[in-house]
Design a protein around this ligand. Structure first.
Ligand code: PRP
Ligand code: HPA
Length: 178
């Protein structure tokens, strides 16, 4: 597992001053380009879930980069994947939650038939920064009466204290950066 974590860590690039000065952007695109790194990520997520949760009903992924990892992970468990999207993208009846960004607001939505009440759901995204996006996803799934097991991310930017914003929902990150 530590070997897989090392493979994964080597595949994350940093771009200083993107998308704005002072921000160090962690780029996961090389993880997708390298099949060994991608399977290391999915293996690590899978073993964490198998060790901690005897029953999982669904994986919910966050727009857009949660969509890159969630379906592959769901296949390992033979379970379904559902989409939490930016507002205005999903057809039919939806429920939404708005949340604050550094500047302005955003809104995410889920189809009302995506999750049944009481289903045990794992939420996945590529990265936890301030936690605003993941906290909104927890709020949305809570409104749908889902049972949120864990918030999974490849990367947690620990200085931004996103995990605190998610309490009482737990987070598991494959990699942490200051
Ligand atoms: C990024 C990232 C997470 C979110 C984390 O997506 O993929 O979803 O920001 O930030 P937070 O913890 O401060 O909320 P972004 O909103 O840039 O949109 P994208 O999916 O369209 O790339
Ligand atoms: N990388 C990718 N997405 C992000 C980042 C980052 O460093 N910070 C906030 N969203």
């Amino acid at each position: 597992a530590e070997d897989q974590r090392a493979v994964l860590r080597r595949s994350v690039r940093e771009f200083p001053d993107f998308p704005s000065p002072g921000i160090c952007f962690r780029d996961i695109t090389p993880v997708l380009k390298d099949p060994a790194a991608f399977s290391a990520a999915i293996d690590l997520f899978e073993s964490y879930l198998r060790e901690n949760f005897p029953k999982i009903d669904l994986i919910a992924g966050l727009d857009a980069r949660g969509f890159l990892f969630g379906p592959a992970l769901a296949q390992r468990f033979g379970i379904g994947f559902v989409l939490i999207r930016k507002k205005g993208k999903l057809p039919g009846p939806t429920e939404s939650v708005s949340y604050s960004l550094e500047y302005g607001k955003a809104e995410i939505a889920i189809q009302t038939d995506a999750v049944d009440p009481g289903q045990k759901v794992v939420i996945i995204d590529d990265l936890l920064a301030t936690g605003g996006t993941m906290a909104a996803a927890c709020e949305l799934l809570t409104k749908r009466n889902a049972d949120i097991l864990i918030c999974l991310v490849l990367i947690e930017l620990t200085d931004l204290k996103g995990a605190e914003k998610l309490r009482p929902h737990p987070v598991h990150a494959l990699l942490q950066y200051d």
